[in-house]
Design a protein around this ligand. Structure first.
Ligand code: ADP
Ligand code: ADP
Length: 226
């Protein structure tokens, strides 16, 4: 059984002026532990696909299933990382990463141990008392990744997570993420406009085209991974 199964998905945005078919009959299946990237031009429906998988958006037709169950609204089983790192500026690095653990009902000492383990994993062990604004863009991104790992979701949805970083930092963080992800081994749906990044990180690259948004091709790139 697939971890994420997207079947005959159709999504339409209706505004006063006109309606846009953002996705037209999209089928996509992601196995347990598989890392799938979606690439394609701006406007081809990549973000829309993620919104459906996250439960934020209801399709006009078709469905998205997580472990065989229809995705209906936002749940803790799906973790999202966006371009904007969305850290809470008034909380320290430690507390930003701790929050999901508190919500999940970890004890105080479990929270502390887990936060330190996760910050160690992303190379920020010495920065737990810092506030987000005291960190570089790359460091903030790593805090956001640690926080997502703290949720420990069944499925990671990532929308251009390394988008605002410069090319060099992007490659570095991408490699770091891949190393951590290989230990966690959960399914990932990853959106990027950078085909090289997609090939470097993924098991499979899905190419979309626009007007209306659909899947044009899929490539198995498992062997290309360093
Ligand atoms: P991508 O992430 O690949 O750039 P999107 O999923 O954001 O593509 O958009 C797909 C299509 O849907 C585009 O034509 C876009 O203009 C349209 N669209 C996206 N969001 C909305 C919205 N909230 N209202 C109307 N149209 C939208
Ligand atoms: P940017 O997106 O700004 O390039 P980086 O993550 O590459 O972000 O970090 C920029 C600078 O921040 C580094 O050159 C270094 O001085 C400092 N830095 C980043 N991570 C660490 C770390 N784990 N330990 C110490 N300093 C760090």
């Amino acid at each position: 059984q697939a971890k994420l199964q997207i079947q005959d998905l159709v999504v339409q945005y209706n505004t006063k002026e006109h309606s846009t078919v953002a996705l037209n009959n999209v089928n996509l299946s992601i196995k347990e532990g598989e890392f799938v990237s979606v690439v394609g031009p701006s406007g081809c429906g990549k973000s829309t696909l993620l919104k459906v998988a996250s439960g934020l958006l209801k399709p006009a037709a078709g469905e998205a299933l997580l472990d065989g169950k229809r995705i209906d609204g936002v749940t803790g089983e799906v973790g999202m990382v966006f371009q904007n790192d969305a850290l809470l500026p008034w909380k320290t690095v430690f507390d930003n990463v701790r929050l999901p653990l508190e919500i999940k009902g970890f004890s105080r000492s479990e929270q502390t141990n887990e936060v330190r383990r996760l910050l160690g994993m992303v190379g920020l062990a010495d920065f737990e008392h810092y506030y987000p604004k005291q960190l570089s863009g790359g460091m903030r991104k790593r805090v956001a990744l640690a926080r997502t790992f703290a949720y420990d979701p069944e499925l990671y949805l990532m929308d251009e997570p390394f988008g605002p970083l410069d090319a060099q930092t992007r490659v570095k963080i991408g490699e770091e993420f891949l190393k951590i992800w290989e230990q966690v081994g959960k399914s990932v749906l990853f959106i990027t406009h950078d085909i090289e990044e997609a090939i470097a990180l993924s098991d499979r690259v899905v190419v979309m085209t626009s007007r209306p948004g659909k899947i044009k091709a899929e490539f198995d790139v498992t062997l290309e991974r360093p």
